[in-house]
Ligand binder design. Structure first.
Ligand code: CA
Length: 689
């Protein structure tokens, strides 16, 4: 222990704080962060997996595949079919992931056939994506706290002289609790009692003196292991322990205190073995476990680019079960709408606020978003760190002699998020039956408007305040909505279609929600603001691979657009169905006059009925707009060609004109008709009524 400098509080106060290393703060754990050498658990390590990239540049784990199923009795047969074994099973989401020994491309080709899908009850397949760790690099690694500016400021001098605000021995550093006036809530007996907050993170050191008694059973998805209450689960590092302390470090006069010291922490390990993301399959498993085991708030100080349907389904499962979802906006300074889970509809997205002795301001690193909800203290936040000897021990911490606990400073939207999760716990204590949107609205309406007047893309509704608890629960302002997209006949539910709701909430805020249609053709918007929206429906995305890892559309020309206006007024579920249609005409420029065009349905095996549709070529042209599906196209002639015949022409597809070509060689009777994408790239159309 002696090699770790022991700081006494008194030294802390008198040293003018020059001696303290501050943690630099990252949205995610920096890759350089190392866990304590005593880690022995090697049963799962993402770093040992081969990582590949899909056509959109998203990285995925090469030996696992997510399969949505229709019939749980057939999942073993699916595993056999793919010559793999089930890694993760999430019955609530009707999904499994399968660990595959062989080549993933070979596996995928099995799943293209509708016949195979029907036989095995496969709804869809998708990659297991990797969420990257993105270091936040704009902070220096060593900082002073408070800054000279802070020390000189009159407000801070008053702060220095004031009585111990929280009653804890490290009170001086808990500026974030003062900023949100938390004592007003505690004085009214709201401390989060009876509410479980799941910390989806790197695990939590439950042996920390300030967390003892606060950490209940948790879950480690990679090993399917229930973590006993009060134990050390900091497998992925110190981050989760820090987050947990901000939520519910205990009230005992020693160390620090959380926003909701009466709440309980449920650790869910999504960053395991030194901080590696466990994959969307294990993450979804962890989210569902938390919901099923009584968590009322999910605190997510993590995220990344890339929309995942599996994660979306998992968070929708939480919202459907009236579990509040809070997520960090990220630390890349940008105005963004692509960080997930922060930008899934219904999530309370949180930015970070700093205090420089004067006004509160949004921290320069804090991401903005059209959908940011509120912001909370997120710069130089003091909280609990794993104890020396724990798995996640982090040398950038110091021991506090009063209780022998380890503490450290961190900065980031990761630190702002648990302040909001804690406040949500207090609100749920007061209103146990509150819907997630009601919790969000009451937090938003009680927030202190900072920076631009009114809600904005950087601060949302402003800095959270405990006086949210003084308000009554709103009765209006939230709604569940969904958009279903089908082909012209309502028989093909079209996945991978982008649906945006852009408009104005009933409170006058400009709002923008985004979701994609799932494998049932449905884009869900759970627990969103009521309001007046224009709905933009577009796709399927030609840049993306999905649904059985098979492209729905190759060409921009195949994408359909549709928009309409809608007023979403009350909480009852509302739904709209959008039917796509296409116009498709194939024109050949001689010399073929008596041929026929053959359409091969790529979702069917050659032996299945309906695989082949034949239309006569009339005056060098065929209109096939009435077909719906994905087709490879051939030209067939009645007699073998006496010499090579080169065919050219154009595909008029939804008013795009695409040059096409083909060649019937001597003695042959047919050729593929294709464009620059090649003969194996099918054409996607949605029929026409
Ligand atoms: Ca304490």
């Amino acid at each position: 222990m002696d090699k770790f400098k022991e700081f006494r509080l008194i030294y802390f106060m008198e040293s003018n704080f020059l001696a303290f290393l501050l943690l630099t703060i990252f949205f995610f754990l920096p890759s350089c962060m190392k866990t304590h050498e005593q880690i022995k658990d090697k049963d799962f390590d993402t770093s040992e997996h081969t990582i590949l990239s899909d056509s959109a540049g998203n990285e995925y784990i090469a030996d696992r595949i997510l399969i949505g199923y229709t019939d749980v009795a057939r999942i073993d047969k699916i595993a056999q079919l793919l010559e793999g074994e089930i890694a993760v099973h999430i019955p609530e989401l009707n999904v499994i992931s399968i660990k595959i020994k062989g080549n993933i491309e070979k596996t995928i080709s099995f799943l293209r056939s509708e016949g195979v899908k029907n036989t095995y009850g496969i709804r869809y397949a998708e990659h297991v994506y990797v969420r990257k760790i993105i270091p936040f690099e704009t902070h220096s690694t060593v900082k002073q706290y408070p800054s000279k500016e802070q020390q000189n400021h009159e407000f801070h001098k008053r702060l220095e002289n004031q009585l111990n605000y929280t009653g804890e021995s490290l009170d001086f550093y808990l500026w974030g609790l003062r900023a949100i006036n938390i004592k007003d809530a505690w004085d009214k007996e709201y401390d989060g009692k009876g509410i479980i907050v799941a910390v989806l993170d790197t695990g939590v050191d439950g042996t920390h003196p300030d967390l003892q008694g606060q950490v209940i059973e948790g879950y480690r998805p990679t090993t399917d292991m229930v973590l006993p209450a009060g134990t050390d689960s900091s497998y992925g590092g110190s981050h989760g322990t820090h987050v947990a302390g901000t939520i519910a470090a205990k009230k005992d006069g020693k160390g620090i205190i959380g926003v909701a010291p009466g709440a309980k922490i449920m650790p869910i390990v999504l960053f395991d073995n030194g901080g590696w993301y466990v994959g969307d399959d294990f993450a979804a498993k962890g989210i569902v476990w938390a919901v099923n085991n009584g968590a009322k708030v999910l605190s997510n100080s993590w995220g990344g680019a890339g929309y995942s349907q599996t994660l979306k389904d998992a968070f929708d499962y939480a919202l459907e079960n009236d579990v509040v979802v809070v997520a960090a906006a990220g630390n890349s300074k940008s105005i963004q709408s692509y960080q997930y889970p922060a930008n899934y509809p219904g999530v309370i997205q949180v930015g970070a606020v700093e205090f420089n002795g004067g006004d509160y301001a949004v921290a320069n690193f804090s991401n903005g978003s059209p959908m940011i909800s509120v912001c909370a203290p997120g710069v130089t936040i003091l909280s609990t760190m794993p104890q020396y000897g724990s798995i996640g021990y982090d040398r950038r911490s110091f021991i506090h002699n009063e209780n022998g606990g380890y503490y450290g400073f961190m900065t980031g939207t990761s630190m702002a998020t648990p302040h909001v999760s804690g406040l949500a716990a207090l609100i749920l204590q007061k209103f146990p039956n509150a819907k997630p949107w009601q919790v969000r609205k009451i937090i938003e309406s009680g927030s202190l408007d900072i920076e631009i007047i009114g809600p904005d893309e950087r601060a949302g509704y402003g800095l959270i305040q405990s006086n949210s608890l003084d308000a009554e629960l709103p009765n209006t302002g939230g709604v569940n909505y969904q958009v279903r997209v089908t082909d012209a006949y309502g028989t093909w539910n079209v996945p991978s279609v982008s649906v945006s709701l852009i408009g104005t909430s009933e409170t006058g805020r400009n709002i923008r929600y985004f979701a994609k249609t799932n494998k049932d053709g449905v884009a869900k918007f759970k627990s969103i603001d009521s309001g007046r929206y224009e709905v933009f429906v577009g796709g399927p995305d030609s840049r993306e691979t999905s649904e059985g890892l098979m492209k729905i559309a190759y060409r921009k020309a195949e994408e359909r657009q549709f928009n309409y206006n809608v007023v979403l007024k009350n909480e009852s579920a509302t739904s709209t169905t959008v039917r796509f249609s296409s116009q498709a005409n194939l024109n050949l420029e001689g010399p073929i006059t008596n041929g026929e065009i053959v359409f091969l349905d790529v979702t069917k095996l050659a032996t299945e009925s309906g695989y082949e549709t034949v239309l006569p070529l009339l005056e060098d042209s065929v209109d096939f707009s009435h077909l719906s599906g994905r087709y490879i196209i051939k030209l067939r002639i009645p007699q073998p060609a006496t010499a090579d015949i080169t065919v050219t022409g154009s595909m008029i597809l939804n008013s795009f004109s695409i040059p096409i070509t083909g060649k019937i060689t001597e003695n042959a009777t047919e050729t593929y008709i294709f464009d620059t994408y090649g003969k194996n790239s099918w054409w996607t159309i949605f029929g026409r009524l």
